[in-house]
Design a protein. Structure first.
Lengths: 670, 528
């Protein structure tokens, strides 16, 4: 039995397959010890023998955000101990004389130098003696470090010395993270930073994951656990515990996979995901025909650069709880300050400052009865009065509220632009998949602003991450920096003998998969660039036709940056291998479409503020809609955790899986 | 509150949109450029201008370009009638430039078949060599003719077609033509990315609405500055500070300022009367740089998310004596004015402001970019190379906060070249890169420490250093101690004999020589 469990800030969502159908369970999270809710959920779902738990966790993210990780020792080439703190020697805020002093995860007294050097060509120029290594081990032991990160200069080019240092430090009995394993790529700061983040997370994540797996194994015979990584692939918890830096965005990654999967079933290959929560909004882009969700190796999590591949999830600092205000110049600003759960928005009765949720409420876009099943009382009088007091020079509280929504939607539009237009994608080719508490409410307005023709609100918007975790493939990424001329591309297809070919990476991957009883399928790509450029483009590599990668590179460069030059020499920077073992095969049942207008789900008509005035709008209960039902805007479709707004001119149809498929403009078929 | 037409929502939307265009241009430039100085260190700026050449958005790149990019656009407009598909190129400091390595391109954006441009987009990048007497074009020259090729505003692209003859003329005058060609190509590409995005944006508005939004955006920035200036005390505040020398002689050069704050009008008058006359060496700043320094200081007084538009300068009146070190005239050499004198101008402005608003002004930061250029032939490939890098120092301490160590301050925010990128690209071996502990000034709040960097040459070459704060240390404030001054050494191959290098010099150095640079610490704040 396989159960996916996604631990979030408020809810712990669980999904499993029962009799060919998805079964969903929602519990309140237990932030002090997240495993309590996990174990509780397993019991409620009647988990039995041979249990396989797949887990999405926020332990890593929170450890980074709250800075509650281990005391990390940083070991590098002597003379470069401070590079982990210096970073790229820039300031994060260009015009701020009062920016806080950044705090390095490895403080000065925990930085250690090894007398060694490797050249750019990978030649060992100086090796540490055994005595020097022994002295290093003693110094690290005396420092009281709880975890150690090793990143020597050019260890990606020749890891031999780093391996010696690693072996020596293993004697200490604390977690050791080595950069040639975590991220064997050039740019020493980013590699070291990633390795240090790994070491910082290691003790806490290791004990959390291994204890939880132990509990599961103790309770359920043969039980074991896998973990969702930030890259969207599942790994056994033992591997996840070794490289916890790869699980920093575990939960949101589940949302990406879930959204992609739901969209694919519904027949949409190219999607922009839009997950709007209380304090922030995550957006991402995925094109199933081009390998699925976009990935990045330039993430910054809680101020720490992390270079391992992660799903390219862009976060905008605005959500339902974001506070609106006028600044000194009279411009309306929304966020990044949030009212959170405490004191919450005005309409919850305690907050003092207007939020996006209040604006939605005031404009009739939140339904008191259906909002969280009617469990929260929304105070209209208070909201109207306080919004009126803080509306500045605007005519009315409604105008203020409408302004807040337009500003917040602009910020989201900008976030989506970053991942779409700015990377050369035309939003008109995509479907917007909206989920999270606020996504479906703002989706149509955003789609119109970006000219996205279609919106998909999935059938289980509240448990999409758990669905994604349940269905994800087992995936491991391997990479190696090679720095070869483009002419050498044929050599990459060779079998052993040439250490820089794919063969070595493939062997490592196959062995790791075999150790957990899996057979992986290799997927090979290359990072290419014009010689002397600093950034690469990733293209597929086919061992049968290696030269095709070069052609693909020229074409992609032209598409992204407006020019290409077939005469210019190309450089092969990184080999990338992705080992994949397919996840559970599941195809949901598709119901026949009827012909209906959702009449049975209709429950009230109310005024909703649309296009500058309140317009009579029909409200529907989503649970009572059936496949085939077609509803035209203006309309609201409400459910437990979310509400979908259909503006005038749009229309929604319930598809065979229970998704809402919305044609955003008149005359465009969904 | 907003007194005129556009509503605040529309304005926010427009401002976000134009700002993201400038950022996007920067990303395209970085990802396609060849030289480490552009692709790794991001020594460039991209901006969007209205049809009259007023800046309406600038990416968060290099503050020293804030006030001077508009002058490039103005110079291009004045010199050439740009047609659709044209791109102008220029670097002449006396026609809209700053110093010769900064090459600027200007592209006019024509909308709806209109006869005049509605917008301009511009990219400026620091090229690691533009010819001249010293490899890297940052040496102790004595007139501009020794500093490299001087390009007045001319077309590099005509009707969407590259002017190969113009490009060849430029490339023949530089030491590393292949790298320059790639970087210039990347700049052209970035301009085109900007043009496309502007056209997409403009499709959303009718032309009159667009003009209203532009005007309102500029008014908005002006209002932000005026409301800030209204909170300041009225009065005149003067200050001075010194440059160590001009690189030709050792005579200190003065920069003096008188700041008049008028809170009633929400205005600021800045007068540099009393500053040194222009000098023989390269530390002369053109007026554009002095204006950039004022722009930067005003911008820093505002909240972090205020847009950097031309409106910020409206409450400012600036007087610069003609032919002075802050308003140089041809044929003065200017390479160092942009990187060194610009920092000192900021220091002087802050020193004056510290009398008016003591708790809001940090002590002096490193006050030099510690510019290092090295040129030669790479024995691994037989190809010429030119390397340029600035090394950060300590940030001045603030009321309530220590200064940050080893970080770029004020007029620059370029990154370091990763050692693994540097040794791959150049015949060097970095031997040490770390904090210069104890170099920050003591105080209730400590100044940030400077950095130490040691580079071993693996080939013979010409090395040029252009650095400041050797004699006059970064000052503390409110009783805080000064930061340590900067220093540089060279150790000849196979010896242990150190020779101290002057702050500004050019030397032949040989394979095996080791160069060591120690950058200044920031000043302390408050008595310890």
């Amino acid at each position: 039995m396989r159960i996916a469990i996604d631990t979030g800030g408020t809810f712990t969502d669980c999904v499993c397959l029962a009799a060919g159908q998805l079964r969903v369970l929602k519990l309140f999270s237990t932030p002090a010890d997240p495993s309590l809710a996990v174990m509780d959920a397993l019991q409620q779902l009647d988990a039995g023998k041979g249990l396989n738990v797949r887990h999405g966790t926020t332990v890593g993210t929170n450890t980074m955000l709250e800075r509650t990780g281990a005391r990390v020792a940083f070991v590098t080439t002597a003379g470069f101990e401070d590079t982990i703190a210096i970073g790229r020697q820039t300031r994060a805020r260009l015009y701020d004389w009062f920016a806080p002093v950044p705090v390095c995860l490895a403080p000065r007294e925990l930085r250690f130098g090894v007398p060694e050097r490797v050249s750019a060509e990978g030649k060992i120029l100086r090796s540490p003696t055994d005595e020097e290594l022994a002295a290093l081990v003693a110094a690290v032991r005396d420092s009281g470090a709880e975890s150690v990160a090793i990143s020597l200069l050019f260890s990606f080019a020749n890891p031999e010395t780093e391996q010696r240092v690693e072996a020596a430090l293993r004697d200490l009995g604390i977690p050791v993270s080595a950069s040639h394993r975590i991220l064997p790529e050039f740019r020493e700061y980013e590699r070291a930073s990633t390795t240090v983040a790994n070491a910082y997370l290691a003790p806490r994540m290791q004990s959390y994951l291994l204890n939880l797996e132990e509990n599961i194994a103790a309770q359920y015979i043969g039980g074991r656990m896998d973990v969702m990584q930030s890259s969207g692939g599942i790994v056994p918890s033992r591997l996840a515990a070794r490289e916890p830096v790869r699980t920093v965005l575990s939960g949101p990654a589940g949302g990406v996979i879930g959204a992609c999967q739901m969209a694919r079933w519904a027949g949409f290959e190219r999607i922009i995901g839009f997950d709007m929560g209380g304090t922030s909004t995550d957006v991402f882009l995925a094109d199933a025909s081009a390998g699925g969700a976009e990935r990045t190796r330039e993430s910054v999590i809680a101020g720490v650069p992390i270079g391992v591949p992660m799903l390219d999830i862009h976060t905008a600092g605005a959500g339902g709880g974001s506070i609106a205000r006028f600044d000194a110049g009279g411009m309306l600003r929304v966020g990044p300050e949030s009212a959170g759960a405490e004191p919450g928005p005005l309409c919850f009765g305690r907050g003092e400052k207007p939020t996006v949720t209040d604006a939605n409420f005031l404009l009739g876009r939140l339904d008191s009865e259906s909002f969280l099943g009617g469990s929260v009382h929304l105070d209209r009088e208070r909201t109207e009065q306080m919004m009126g007091q803080q509306k500045g020079a605007l005519e009315s509280a409604e105008e203020f509220a409408a302004g807040i929504l337009r500003v917040v939607e602009t910020q989201m539009e900008k976030a989506i632009r970053v991942i779409s237009v700015e990377r050369g994608h035309d939003p008109r080719d995509f479907t917007l998949v909206a989920f999270g508490g606020g996504g479906p409410l703002h989706a149509c307005a955003l789609a119109r602003a970006l000219r996205i023709p279609r919106v998909l609100v999935p059938a289980v918007p509240g448990a999409l991450s758990a669905v994604g975790i349940l269905l994800a493939d087992v995936v491991r990424d391997y990479s190696r920096t090679v720095m070869l001329p483009g002419d050498a591309i044929e050599s990459l297809a060779q079998e052993f003998g040439e250490t820089k070919s794919f063969a070595e990476l493939e062997q490592q991957g196959a062995e790791e998969f075999a150790a957990v009883g899996l057979r992986g399928v290799p997927q090979r790509t290359l990072d290419l660039r014009y010689r002397h450029q600093g950034y690469e483009l990733n293209v597929d590599f086919d061992p049968q036709a290696p030269a095709k990668s070069i052609e693909a590179f020229h074409a992609l460069h032209l598409q992204r940056y407006g020019f290409s030059d077939a005469e210019r020499p190309v450089e092969i920077v990184n080999l990338r291998l992705r080992m994949i073992a397919a996840g559970e095969h599941f195809v949901p049942r598709r119901s026949e479409l009827g012909i209906g207008d959702g009449r049975a789900a209709f429950y009230v008509e109310r005024g909703v503020f649309l296009d500058g005035r309140f317009r009579p709008t029909r409200f529907f209960d989503r649970e009572k809609l059936v496949p085939g039902d077609r509803i035209s805007g203006p309309a609201m479709i409400t459910e437990y955790t979310a509400a979908t707004l259909l503006p005038p001119g749009s229309s929604a149809q319930v598809d065979g899986f229970g998704n809402l498929v919305i044609a955003v403009e008149d005359g465009v078929r969904a | 509150m907003i007194p005129n037409a556009s509503d605040p929502v529309e304005l926010t939307i427009f401002q976000c949109a134009v700002h993201s265009i400038a950022e996007e241009m920067g990303a395209a430039l970085r990802r396609t450029a060849l030289s480490p100085n552009i692709k790794e260190r991001r020594d460039y700026s991209c901006a969007v201008f209205d049809g009259s050449g007023k800046v309406i958005a600038m990416g968060d790149h290099m503050p020293v370009h804030l006030g001077s990019m508009p002058m490039s656009v103005a110079a291009a407009i004045a010199a050439i009638e740009l047609a659709p598909g044209d791109i102008a190129i220029l670097n002449d400091p006396y026609a809209g430039g700053t110093h010769l390595p900064d090459i600027t391109m200007v592209l006019p954006v024509f909308l709806h078949g209109s006869s005049a441009p509605t917008f301009y987009v511009s990219t400026r990048a620091h090229h690691a060599d533009v010819g001249g007497r010293f490899a890297g074009s940052m040496g102790p020259a004595e007139e501009i003719f020794q500093e490299g090729i001087r390009i007045p505003p001319v077309r590099i692209v005509r009707g969407a077609k590259l002017d190969r003859e113009m490009l060849d003329l430029i490339l023949l005058n530089v030491r590393t033509p292949r790298e320059r060609e790639g970087d210039l190509q990347a700049q052209i590409g970035a301009c085109r990315v900007g043009e496309q995005r502007i056209q997409q944006l403009a499709d959303k508005y009718n032309p009159r609405k667009l003009q209203t939004l532009i005007d309102d955006l500029l008014d908005y920035s002006e209002r932000l500055v005026r409301s800030e200036l209204r909170t300041m005390p009225a009065g005149e505040f003067s200050a001075k500070d010194w440059l160590d020398g001009d690189g030709v002689t050792d005579i200190p050069r003065k920069i003096a300022v008188l700041l008049r704050l008028d809170p009633e009008a929400g205005a600021m008058h800045v007068d540099f009367a009393g500053s040194s006359s222009q000098v023989a060496g390269s530390v002369n700043a053109v007026r554009a740089i002095t204006l950039s320094a004022c722009f930067y200081v005003l911008r820093c007084l505002l909240a972090e998310d205020a847009p950097a538009t031309a409106g910020i300068l409206r409450p400012l009146t600036l007087e610069t004596p003609e032919g002075s070190i802050v308003d140089a005239r041809p044929p003065a050499a200017v390479a160092g004015g942009n990187v060194e004198t610009s920092q000192r101008i900021v220091d002087v402005l802050l020193r004056a402001l510290a009398q008016a608003i003591p708790n809001r002004i940090p002590a002096a930061s490193a006050g030099t970019m510690s510019n290092l250029t090295i040129g030669g032939v790479d024995p691994r490939t037989g190809e010429p190379f030119t390397y340029y890098e600035t090394t950060a120092g300590g940030m001045g301490a603030r009321s309530g906060l220590d200064g940050i160590s080893g970080v770029q301050t004020h007029m620059t925010n370029s990154l370091n070249t990763p050692i693994e990128a540097l040794e791959y690209a150049y015949p060097f071996r970095v031997r040490r890169y770390g904090y210069r502990y104890g170099s920050g000034g003591d105080g209730e709040f400590r100044g940030g420490d400077g950095l130490v960097r040691e580079i071993e040459l693996l080939a013979d070459g010409q090395m040029t250093l252009l650095a400041e704060r050797r004699k006059f240390q970064p000052w503390g404030l409110q009783g805080g101690e000064d930061g340590e001054h900067g220093i540089a050494w060279v150790t000849k191959a196979g010896t242990t004999e150190h020779t101290e290098l002057p702050g500004k010099c050019s030397r032949q150095i040989s394979a095996g020589d080791v160069l060591r640079i120690e950058t200044p610490g920031g000043g302390g704040w408050g008595k310890s």
